[in-house]
Ligand binder design. Structure first.
Ligand SMILES: [Zn+2]
Length: 299
Protein backbone atom coordinates (compact mmCIF):
# COMPACT_ATOMS: atom_id res chain seq x y z
CA UNK A 1 0.00 0.00 0.00
CA UNK A 2 1.47 3.36 -1.04
CA UNK A 3 1.12 6.39 1.20
CA UNK A 4 3.34 8.58 -0.94
CA UNK A 5 5.43 7.66 -3.95
CA UNK A 6 8.29 6.79 -1.62
CA UNK A 7 6.55 5.56 1.54
CA UNK A 8 4.94 2.13 1.26
CA UNK A 9 3.58 -0.30 3.81
CA UNK A 10 3.89 -4.04 3.43
CA UNK A 11 1.27 -6.01 5.33
CA UNK A 12 2.90 -9.19 6.53
CA UNK A 13 1.86 -12.83 6.50
CA UNK A 14 -1.02 -13.73 8.80
CA UNK A 15 -2.30 -10.15 8.19
CA UNK A 16 0.80 -8.92 9.96
CA UNK A 17 -0.25 -10.56 13.20
CA UNK A 18 2.30 -12.16 15.55
CA UNK A 19 4.65 -13.96 14.82
CA UNK A 20 4.80 -11.76 11.68
CA UNK A 21 4.57 -7.98 11.40
CA UNK A 22 3.89 -5.14 8.96
CA UNK A 23 6.91 -3.39 7.49
CA UNK A 24 7.59 0.05 6.04
CA UNK A 25 9.48 0.52 2.80
CA UNK A 26 11.19 3.79 1.92
CA UNK A 27 11.74 3.69 -1.83
CA UNK A 28 13.84 6.83 -2.23
CA UNK A 29 17.40 7.80 -3.21
CA UNK A 30 18.43 5.73 -0.21
CA UNK A 31 16.21 2.66 0.07
CA UNK A 32 15.32 1.23 3.44
CA UNK A 33 13.06 -1.32 5.03
CA UNK A 34 11.83 -0.77 8.59
CA UNK A 35 11.22 -4.15 10.29
CA UNK A 36 11.65 -7.35 8.37
CA UNK A 37 9.10 -9.79 9.84
CA UNK A 38 6.67 -9.50 6.92
CA UNK A 39 7.26 -13.01 5.57
CA UNK A 40 6.29 -13.66 1.93
CA UNK A 41 4.58 -10.32 1.21
CA UNK A 42 7.89 -8.58 2.00
CA UNK A 43 10.33 -11.00 0.40
CA UNK A 44 8.33 -11.72 -2.75
CA UNK A 45 8.58 -8.02 -3.73
CA UNK A 46 12.28 -8.47 -4.43
CA UNK A 47 12.91 -5.06 -2.84
CA UNK A 48 16.63 -4.56 -2.37
CA UNK A 49 17.16 -1.96 0.39
CA UNK A 50 20.42 -0.16 1.07
CA UNK A 51 19.84 -0.57 4.78
CA UNK A 52 17.63 -2.26 7.35
CA UNK A 53 16.10 -0.36 10.27
CA UNK A 54 14.62 -2.17 13.28
CA UNK A 55 11.90 -0.52 15.37
CA UNK A 56 12.83 -2.78 18.29
CA UNK A 57 14.44 -6.11 19.15
CA UNK A 58 11.40 -8.43 19.20
CA UNK A 59 11.88 -11.53 17.05
CA UNK A 60 8.65 -10.99 15.06
CA UNK A 61 10.11 -7.66 13.84
CA UNK A 62 13.70 -8.71 13.14
CA UNK A 63 12.74 -12.02 11.51
CA UNK A 64 14.80 -12.65 8.35
CA UNK A 65 16.66 -9.32 8.73
CA UNK A 66 19.96 -11.05 7.96
CA UNK A 67 18.60 -12.28 4.62
CA UNK A 68 18.91 -8.75 3.16
CA UNK A 69 22.63 -8.79 3.87
CA UNK A 70 22.62 -5.02 4.45
CA UNK A 71 23.71 -2.74 7.32
CA UNK A 72 21.28 -2.92 10.25
CA UNK A 73 20.34 0.03 12.48
CA UNK A 74 18.52 -0.01 15.81
CA UNK A 75 18.15 2.08 19.00
CA UNK A 76 21.13 1.39 21.35
CA UNK A 77 18.90 0.12 24.17
CA UNK A 78 17.66 -2.75 21.99
CA UNK A 79 20.95 -3.73 20.33
CA UNK A 80 22.08 -6.33 22.96
CA UNK A 81 19.14 -8.76 22.46
CA UNK A 82 19.33 -8.40 18.66
CA UNK A 83 22.96 -9.45 18.74
CA UNK A 84 23.01 -12.06 21.50
CA UNK A 85 20.62 -14.91 22.19
CA UNK A 86 21.69 -15.11 25.85
CA UNK A 87 20.57 -11.51 26.35
CA UNK A 88 17.34 -12.01 24.39
CA UNK A 89 16.44 -14.91 26.69
CA UNK A 90 16.65 -12.56 29.69
CA UNK A 91 15.03 -9.49 28.09
CA UNK A 92 12.07 -11.54 26.93
CA UNK A 93 11.91 -13.89 29.97
CA UNK A 94 11.94 -16.93 27.66
CA UNK A 95 14.72 -18.36 29.84
CA UNK A 96 12.13 -18.78 32.60
CA UNK A 97 10.24 -21.28 30.41
CA UNK A 98 13.09 -23.78 30.78
CA UNK A 99 15.55 -24.87 28.12
CA UNK A 100 13.29 -27.07 25.98
CA UNK A 101 10.42 -24.63 25.78
CA UNK A 102 12.69 -21.60 25.35
CA UNK A 103 14.31 -23.32 22.39
CA UNK A 104 10.89 -24.19 20.96
CA UNK A 105 9.80 -20.54 21.20
CA UNK A 106 12.98 -19.22 19.57
CA UNK A 107 12.42 -21.65 16.70
CA UNK A 108 8.70 -20.74 16.45
CA UNK A 109 9.82 -17.10 16.10
CA UNK A 110 12.74 -17.98 13.81
CA UNK A 111 15.02 -15.89 15.98
CA UNK A 112 18.51 -15.54 14.54
CA UNK A 113 20.89 -13.14 16.30
CA UNK A 114 22.46 -10.62 13.94
CA UNK A 115 25.13 -7.92 14.18
CA UNK A 116 23.91 -4.33 14.34
CA UNK A 117 25.89 -1.83 12.27
CA UNK A 118 24.80 1.43 13.86
CA UNK A 119 22.19 3.23 15.91
CA UNK A 120 20.05 6.35 16.11
CA UNK A 121 18.65 8.43 18.95
CA UNK A 122 15.44 10.23 19.80
CA UNK A 123 15.05 13.32 17.62
CA UNK A 124 17.44 12.18 14.90
CA UNK A 125 16.24 12.87 11.36
CA UNK A 126 16.94 10.06 8.92
CA UNK A 127 17.32 11.57 5.45
CA UNK A 128 16.56 9.25 2.53
CA UNK A 129 16.37 11.91 -0.21
CA UNK A 130 12.83 13.21 -0.51
CA UNK A 131 11.67 11.43 2.63
CA UNK A 132 12.85 12.44 6.06
CA UNK A 133 11.91 10.38 9.10
CA UNK A 134 12.18 11.72 12.61
CA UNK A 135 13.10 9.09 15.20
CA UNK A 136 10.80 9.02 18.23
CA UNK A 137 12.16 6.93 21.08
CA UNK A 138 8.97 5.44 22.52
CA UNK A 139 10.00 2.98 25.26
CA UNK A 140 7.64 0.75 27.22
CA UNK A 141 6.98 -2.07 24.79
CA UNK A 142 10.76 -2.51 24.75
CA UNK A 143 13.55 -0.30 26.14
CA UNK A 144 14.64 0.92 22.72
CA UNK A 145 11.32 0.84 20.87
CA UNK A 146 11.16 3.62 18.27
CA UNK A 147 8.50 5.08 16.00
CA UNK A 148 9.40 6.88 12.77
CA UNK A 149 7.59 10.03 11.71
CA UNK A 150 7.49 11.52 8.23
CA UNK A 151 6.49 14.94 9.55
CA UNK A 152 5.87 16.66 6.21
CA UNK A 153 3.54 13.87 5.09
CA UNK A 154 2.03 13.33 8.57
CA UNK A 155 2.72 9.59 8.30
CA UNK A 156 3.81 7.77 11.45
CA UNK A 157 5.15 4.22 11.54
CA UNK A 158 4.25 3.28 15.10
CA UNK A 159 5.56 -0.34 15.16
CA UNK A 160 4.22 -2.00 18.32
CA UNK A 161 2.22 0.93 19.55
CA UNK A 162 0.00 -1.08 17.27
CA UNK A 163 -3.51 0.25 17.90
CA UNK A 164 -5.01 -3.25 17.92
CA UNK A 165 -8.24 -3.87 19.84
CA UNK A 166 -6.13 -6.17 22.05
CA UNK A 167 -4.37 -3.09 23.41
CA UNK A 168 -0.78 -2.47 24.53
CA UNK A 169 1.41 -5.55 24.96
CA UNK A 170 4.00 -5.73 27.75
CA UNK A 171 4.62 -9.42 28.41
CA UNK A 172 8.42 -9.39 28.57
CA UNK A 173 10.80 -8.59 31.44
CA UNK A 174 12.08 -5.61 29.47
CA UNK A 175 8.63 -3.95 29.10
CA UNK A 176 7.62 -0.99 31.29
CA UNK A 177 4.02 -0.05 31.90
CA UNK A 178 4.46 3.62 32.89
CA UNK A 179 6.84 4.28 30.00
CA UNK A 180 4.39 2.67 27.56
CA UNK A 181 1.62 5.04 28.67
CA UNK A 182 3.91 8.06 28.30
CA UNK A 183 4.92 6.93 24.81
CA UNK A 184 1.28 6.64 23.69
CA UNK A 185 0.59 10.15 25.04
CA UNK A 186 3.62 11.50 23.20
CA UNK A 187 2.34 10.06 19.91
CA UNK A 188 -1.09 11.58 20.58
CA UNK A 189 0.51 15.00 21.04
CA UNK A 190 1.98 14.83 17.52
CA UNK A 191 -1.48 14.41 15.96
CA UNK A 192 -0.29 12.35 12.99
CA UNK A 193 -2.58 12.17 9.95
CA UNK A 194 -1.90 8.47 9.34
CA UNK A 195 -0.60 5.74 11.65
CA UNK A 196 0.85 2.59 10.12
CA UNK A 197 1.49 0.03 12.83
CA UNK A 198 3.25 -3.26 13.18
CA UNK A 199 0.20 -5.50 13.50
CA UNK A 200 -2.94 -3.68 12.42
CA UNK A 201 -4.56 -1.87 9.50
CA UNK A 202 -3.55 1.77 9.01
CA UNK A 203 -5.58 4.36 10.91
CA UNK A 204 -6.27 7.74 9.32
CA UNK A 205 -7.58 11.23 9.89
CA UNK A 206 -10.13 11.75 12.63
CA UNK A 207 -9.86 8.12 13.72
CA UNK A 208 -6.24 8.47 14.81
CA UNK A 209 -6.78 10.27 18.14
CA UNK A 210 -9.75 8.07 19.07
CA UNK A 211 -7.75 4.92 18.30
CA UNK A 212 -4.79 6.11 20.38
CA UNK A 213 -7.09 7.09 23.26
CA UNK A 214 -8.87 3.71 23.22
CA UNK A 215 -5.51 1.96 23.07
CA UNK A 216 -4.20 3.95 26.05
CA UNK A 217 -7.36 3.31 28.08
CA UNK A 218 -6.94 -0.46 27.73
CA UNK A 219 -4.24 -0.28 30.40
CA UNK A 220 -6.50 1.43 32.94
CA UNK A 221 -9.30 -0.98 32.00
CA UNK A 222 -7.04 -3.92 32.90
CA UNK A 223 -6.23 -2.23 36.22
CA UNK A 224 -9.96 -2.00 36.95
CA UNK A 225 -10.62 -5.65 36.03
CA UNK A 226 -7.90 -6.76 38.39
CA UNK A 227 -9.02 -4.52 41.23
CA UNK A 228 -12.60 -5.80 40.91
CA UNK A 229 -11.38 -9.38 41.03
CA UNK A 230 -9.21 -8.64 44.03
CA UNK A 231 -12.20 -7.84 46.22
CA UNK A 232 -11.28 -11.34 47.39
CA UNK A 233 -7.67 -12.48 47.85
CA UNK A 234 -6.19 -14.27 44.84
CA UNK A 235 -2.80 -15.53 43.77
CA UNK A 236 -1.12 -14.58 40.51
CA UNK A 237 -1.81 -18.12 39.22
CA UNK A 238 -5.54 -17.73 39.96
CA UNK A 239 -5.60 -14.36 38.20
CA UNK A 240 -3.78 -15.87 35.22
CA UNK A 241 -6.48 -18.58 35.04
CA UNK A 242 -9.04 -15.80 34.48
CA UNK A 243 -7.33 -14.78 31.20
CA UNK A 244 -8.23 -11.14 31.84
CA UNK A 245 -5.87 -9.95 29.14
CA UNK A 246 -6.01 -12.54 26.37
CA UNK A 247 -9.50 -13.95 26.86
CA UNK A 248 -8.16 -17.24 25.56
CA UNK A 249 -4.69 -18.72 25.18
CA UNK A 250 -4.07 -20.06 21.67
CA UNK A 251 -1.34 -22.60 20.93
CA UNK A 252 1.35 -22.68 22.10
CA UNK A 253 -0.83 -22.12 25.18
CA UNK A 254 2.07 -22.29 27.65
CA UNK A 255 3.59 -19.25 25.92
CA UNK A 256 0.41 -17.14 26.01
CA UNK A 257 -0.16 -18.12 29.64
CA UNK A 258 3.40 -16.98 30.36
CA UNK A 259 2.74 -13.63 28.63
CA UNK A 260 -0.57 -13.23 30.48
CA UNK A 261 1.13 -13.80 33.82
CA UNK A 262 3.95 -11.36 33.01
CA UNK A 263 1.50 -8.64 32.01
CA UNK A 264 -0.67 -9.14 35.09
CA UNK A 265 2.42 -8.97 37.30
CA UNK A 266 3.30 -5.57 35.84
CA UNK A 267 -0.16 -4.32 36.83
CA UNK A 268 0.09 -5.85 40.31
CA UNK A 269 3.51 -4.32 40.94
CA UNK A 270 2.23 -0.91 39.94
CA UNK A 271 -1.00 -1.24 41.94
CA UNK A 272 1.10 -2.28 44.94
CA UNK A 273 3.37 0.76 44.53
CA UNK A 274 0.29 2.97 44.33
CA UNK A 275 -1.09 1.46 47.54
CA UNK A 276 -4.10 -0.07 45.78
CA UNK A 277 -3.31 -3.73 46.52
CA UNK A 278 -1.62 -5.51 49.36
CA UNK A 279 0.23 -8.82 49.36
CA UNK A 280 0.03 -11.54 52.02
CA UNK A 281 2.04 -14.66 51.23
CA UNK A 282 1.25 -15.38 47.59
CA UNK A 283 -2.16 -13.72 47.66
CA UNK A 284 -3.00 -10.22 46.50
CA UNK A 285 -5.97 -8.23 47.70
CA UNK A 286 -7.50 -4.90 46.87
CA UNK A 287 -6.75 -2.20 49.39
CA UNK A 288 -9.37 0.51 49.75
CA UNK A 289 -8.10 4.06 50.16
CA UNK A 290 -10.34 4.58 53.20
CA UNK A 291 -8.92 1.46 54.87
CA UNK A 292 -5.49 2.87 54.37
CA UNK A 293 -6.53 6.15 55.96
CA UNK A 294 -8.30 4.68 58.97
CA UNK A 295 -6.22 1.61 59.57
CA UNK A 296 -2.82 2.72 58.35
CA UNK A 297 -2.86 0.28 55.43
CA UNK A 298 -3.74 -2.73 57.59
CA UNK A 299 -6.65 -5.02 56.88
ZN1 LIG B 1 7.18 -6.05 19.78
Amino acid sequence: MEFTREIKAVFGDNKGRFPFCNCLIIDDEIKAVIDTGGGDPLHSRGFDPDLVILSHYHPDHIRDAASFNRPVYCHPADIPPVEKEEILLDYTSFRELGDTRARMVLEFLRYRPLPVTGSFADGDVLNFGRVQLRVLHTPGHSPGHCCFYAEREGVLFSADVDLTSFGPWYGHNSCELDAFEESIKRIMSLQPAVVISGHNDPVRGGEVQAALQAYLEKIAERDRLLLDFLERPATLEEMTDQKFIYGKHPEPAFLYRHFEKKMLKKHLDRLFTRGQVQVGGKAYRRLEKRQKFFYGGQD
